[in-house]
Design a protein around this ligand. Structure first.
Ligand code: NAI
Length: 395
């Protein structure tokens, strides 16, 4: 269990932003609904918004990622909490609806479940939404494309200070924390198959390589497949990777990446883990037809044609179901972006569209982060600025 005080101490950028928000009471009279993985870092974000004057209600964004100690700590501090670890899917949706019952002005979402339910309820009185992850942004863009988006949304995932660090370094590290905590196994010398070579897949593949694994990547995008090849990974289709892998980690945001036929061609004893947002990347439906045994809190063994197939965290985000999610310093940036996005949604005049993350706020977070790390960088001189903007002074 990670103490809230410890976490807060290391969220230095969010603390800086929080101090000014608290002083100016920027969310006074505003109701904010959160649907986020409810653990210590999220609790710090919720408290930051609350201390800035907001009424805050929160639901988890995954039934297995809620840490009950963080939930009860938040309740004690006056936040309305509707989440418990291991809740059923029915309870999960009920919790999201309870948050929406407070009629939030703003929502901060991870995966767009709250946004989608708000749409089913006619958009309520929501003035805007800040979306955390790739999968959620994809769903919001689909709503926008169909002309059905009922409030403005900010693509927080698209901010450089989000996807370059959270998706890549955050998931890279925390996915292995989850796998190692759940299994207590070595990674070195194992064949690790990473499905998808986006920011998340890149981070996982890098960490797997660093831990001494032999890494294979599966992709459908030819450019990303080539990038993986140039990084020195084996690249192959899933039908081939399924035969050699010891540990499989999905990170595509897509569905049925590891299907029943792949599972049937795997070796006995393989470990399956998912790092993508929803638990649809590994075909758990197909697995559920085989003999099932719960080996440990986060390991389920399926007996498939006489072979043992181990699934971690029920196929849900392995870094959150089996560990504490991203490192604090990573979420410091992601949640600072979220806090700034919430204020921006209140102040800017926006249409019902999915907006890119504002560049100035992204840069603000990068500068605050550098300063919190005690790092300084060079600035362009006037001469350099002029040179960069000119077209005729190449020689
Ligand atoms: P991305 O869209 O940049 O990358 C996904 C990659 O998967 C793409 O290169 C795509 O071509 C590939 N892909 C799609 N279908 C495939 C298939 N059938 N086989 C092989 N590759 C396939 O997305 P990003 O940002 O890397 O995120 C991936 C997922 O991870 C999303 O669901 C996102 O929401 C989630 N995520 C999870 C985090 C965590 O804490 N575990 C943190 C951040 C994102």
């Amino acid at each position: 269990m990670i103490k809230l005080e410890w976490t807060k101490e290391h969220m230095r950028v969010l603390n800086r932003i929080g101090e000014s928000f608290k002083r100016d009471k920027v969310f006074s009279g505003i109701k904010i609904g959160l649907c986020l993985h409810l653990e210590a870092k999220t609790a710090c974000l919720a408290m930051t918004l609350h201390e800035a004057g907001a009424r805050v209600a929160i639901a988890g964004s995954n039934p297995l990622s809620t840490k009950d100690y963080a939930a009860s700590e938040l309740s004690r501090k006056g936040i309305e909490v509707f989440a418990k670890h291991g809740e059923s899917m029915e309870e999960y949706y009920e919790s999201i609806n309870k948050v929406l019952d407070i009629q939030p002005d703003l929502i901060i979402d991870d995966g767009a479940d709250m946004s989608v339910i708000a749409h089913k309820r006619g958009g309520l009185s929501i003035r805007g939404c800040a979306e955390e992850t790739t999968t959620g942004v994809k769903r919001l863009r689909a709503l926008e494309k169909s002309g059905s988006l009922l409030f403005p949304a900010i693509d927080v995932n698209g901010a450089s200070c989000k996807h370059l660090f959270d998706n890549r370094f955050g998931t890279g590290q925390s996915a292995f924390e989850g796998i190692m905590l759940a299994t207590n196994m070595t990674i070195a010398g194992k064949h690790v198959v990473v499905c998808g070579f986006g920011d998340v897949g890149k981070g996982i593949a890098e960490k797997a390589k660093g831990l001494g694994a032999i890494v294979a990547v599966t992709e459908v995008d030819p450019v990303r497949a080539l990038e993986a090849h140039m990084e020195g990974y084996m690249v192959m289709p899933m039908s081939a990777a399924s035969r050699i892998g010891d540990i499989f980690i999905t990170a595509t945001g897509n569905t049925t990446i590891i299907g029943e036929d792949h599972i049937k061609s795997m070796k006995s004893g393989v470990v399956l883990a998912n790092a993508g947002h929803f638990n649809v990347e590994i075909d758990t439906q197909a697995l559920s037809h085989y003999r099932t045994e719960r080996i440990d809190e986060n390991i389920t063994c399926y007996s498939v044609d006489g072979k043992k197939i181990y699934l971690l965290g029920d196929g849900r985000l392995v870094n959150l179901a089996c560990a504490n999610g991203h490192a604090i310093e990573i979420m410091d940036m992601s949640f600072s972006l979220q806090a700034l996005a919430a204020r921006y949604l209140l102040e800017a005049e926006l249409e019902n569209r999915v907006y890119k993350y504002p560049y100035e706020l992204d840069t603000l977070v990068a500068n605050l982060k550098l300063s919190s790390l005690g790092l300084t960088i060079d600035e362009l001189s006037e001469e350099q600025k002029k040179y960069m903007e000119s077209w005729g002074e190449g020689t």
